[in-house]
Design a protein around this ligand. Structure first.
Ligand code: ADP
Ligand code: ADP
Length: 224
C-alpha cells in the first residue's frame, strides 16, 4: 500500500499559505518529513489525519480517497499529535482499555490481552496502574505510541515526537518507532535532523509550505 499526495493546497483564514502544491509518494517504512517551524509539516499531518480540510488536491491511501472518505481513513490510522496535551487522571490501563473499546474491541478478554501487549511493547507495563497525568515527558510519548497502535494501523503519523525528550528517552523512543515502522507507513514529522538520520530511509524537506526535496535520506543529508 502507498500513500499518494497530489497537489495539496491549504491557505488559512489569516492568509498564510501553509501548503503549496504539495505532492509526495510514500511507501511502507519510516518516512521523515523535515523542516523548520512554520514549514507546513503540522498542516500536512493534520490533513492526512483527517482533522483539517485542504483547499484543493487529492490524497490516496491504497484505494481510500483520504480527503473524502474520512471514516475509512480513521479505521486504519494511528496519530500521535504534536500536542498530545490531555493527560487524564485515568490510569494507563483504564485509558487504553477505553480507547480499545471505542475502536470496536468489544470482547473484554481480548481487550485485556491487547492492552497488556501494548503496555509491554512501550515498556510501561509496570506503570500501568498509574495516572497518565503523573507520567514524565518520555513516558507520555511512549504512552502516545501505545494509543496510536490500537487497531493495528496501516498509516501512522507522528508529529514532532522527540521535542523535549532527553537523549536517553529519545533513544528508547527511536527503538520503539523503528520497530513499529516496519509494519506500516510511518510518517515522522520533525525539525531535528538526527531523528531522520537515525530512523528513516526516505524523506522530504519542506519550507514555507513547499516541498524542496523528496528522496533518499543519505543523498539529502550529504547536502546539509
Ligand atoms: P481555517 O481557515 O482552516 O478555518 P482559521 O484561520 O479560521 O483556519 O484558524 C483555525 C484555528 O487555528 C483558529 O482557532 C485560530 O485561532 C487558530 N490559529 C490561528 N493562527 C494560528 C497559527 N499561526 N498557528 C496555530 N493556530 C492558529
Ligand atoms: P510546522 O508544523 O512545520 O511548524 P505548521 O503547519 O504548523 O508548520 O504552520 C505552517 C504555517 O501556517 C505557519 O505560518 C503557521 O503560523 C500557520 N498556521 C498553522 N496553523 C494555522 C491555523 N490554524 N490558522 C492560521 N495559520 C496557521
Amino acid at each position: 500500500m502507498q500513500l499518494e499526495i497530489n497537489n495539496l493546497n491549504k491557505q488559512y483564514g489569516n492568509g498564510v499559505h501553509a501548503l503549496k502544491d504539495v505532492s509526495l509518494t510514500i511507501g511502507k517504512g519510516m518516512f521523515g518529513l523535515l523542516g523548520p517551524n512554520g514549514a507546513g509539516k503540522s498542516s500536512l499531518m493534520r490533513t492526512l489525519a483527517t482533522l483539517q480540510d485542504a483547499d484543493s488536491g487529492n490524497v490516496r491511501l491504497g484505494d481510500i480517497d483520504v480527503l473524502n472518505e474520512k471514516d475509512k481513513v480513521r479505521q486504519v490510522l494511528g496519530y500521535l499529535p504534536q500536542e498530545f496535551g490531555v493527560y487524564p487522571r485515568s490510569s494507563a490501563v483504564e485509558l487504553l482499555d477505553h480507547l480499545a473499546l471505542l475502536k470496536g474491541v468489544k470482547n473484554t478478554g481480548e481487550r485485556k490481552a491487547l492492552v497488556n501487549y501494548l503496555l509491554q511493547k512501550v515498556n510501561l507495563f509496570e506503570h500501568r496502574k498509574k495516572a497518565v497525568k503523573s507520567f514524565s515527558g518520555g513516558m507520555r510519548q511512549r504512552f502516545g505510541i501505545a494509543q496510536c497502535l490500537i487497531g493495528n494501523p496501516k498509516l501512522i503519523i507522528v508529529d514532532e515526537p522527540t521535542a523535549g525528550l532527553d537523549p536517553g528517552e529519545r533513544n528508547r523512543f527511536y527503538n520503539l518507532l523503528s520497530e513499529i515502522g516496519e509494519e506500516a507507513i510511518l510518517i515522522l514529522s520533525t525539525h531535528i535532523v538526527q531523528d531522520v538520520r537515525e530512523l528513516c530511509t526516505q524523506m522530504a524537506i519542506m519550507n514555507k509550505g513547499e516541498v524542496l526535496y523528496h528522496g533518499g535520506v543519505d543523498q539529502a543529508l550529504e547536502l546539509i
